[in-house]
Design a protein around this ligand. Structure first.
Ligand code: SF4
Ligand code: SF4
Length: 174
């Protein structure tokens, strides 16, 4: 699945007018960033984004985020346009390979609908400088639970999968 995903993103790069491919050092608003990896809002950024959208933070989390985790902890990220059915939930491993732009990317006008309050992880997505998108949005569990009371960090099911270097790793699937 990972290899297939890498190949598909390589194809998508060709379809997007990425600054790094044209020698530009300014964003061309091609949207590739928003397709490859929706932003990861940090805890301190969330309230301002909710206010901008005229929502309570909990409504924003329930409608437009999923919970994911990495070795450092849990974080929220925006759903993709294809992930409305899992909004407000822990993202199953297989859904991390979903296709689709970030729910806040306006495909018609090629712009971010929350541009003025977008997370730092978006601001650091400059393809001509960074080959990969970075984020530092680990959330304390109690902060996630304030927004998503049903989130249970111990409630998942885990399976062992083989990672990209051939080692078994524990992956939460639900
Ligand atoms: S920074 Fe992202 S949106 Fe801007 S040109 Fe590069 S890939 Fe496209
Ligand atoms: S919040 Fe804006 S910049 Fe970030 S992924 Fe979504 S559309 Fe792109």
């Amino acid at each position: 699945m990972k290899a297939e995903s890498v190949a598909q993103f390589a194809e998508e790069q060709k379809k997007h007018n990425m600054a790094k491919n044209s020698g530009s050092t300014s964003c061309q608003q091609c949207g590739y960033c928003c397709l490859q990896q929706p932003c990861v809002p940090e805890p301190g950024e969330f309230e301002a984004i909710a206010r901008f959208l005229g929502m309570e933070p909990a409504e924003l989390a329930q409608k437009y985020t999923v919970v994911n985790e990495d070795k450092k902890g849990y974080f929220l990220l925006w759903i993709r346009e294809t992930q409305g059915d899992i909004a407000g939930k822990y993202i199953p491993y297989y859904r991390t390979y979903d296709r689709g732009y970030c729910v806040f990317f306006d495909k018609e006008n090629h712009e971010c609908k929350i541009h003025s309050v977008r997370p730092k992880s978006a601001k650091s997505s400059v393809c001509w400088e960074n080959p990969t998108i970075t984020y530092n949005g680990i959330w304390p569990v109690h902060e996630i639970q304030k927004l998503l009371p049903d989130f249970d960090p111990n409630g998942g099911k885990y399976v062992y999968k083989t990672n990209e270097i051939g080692l078994p790793c524990k992956v939460r699937v639900a």
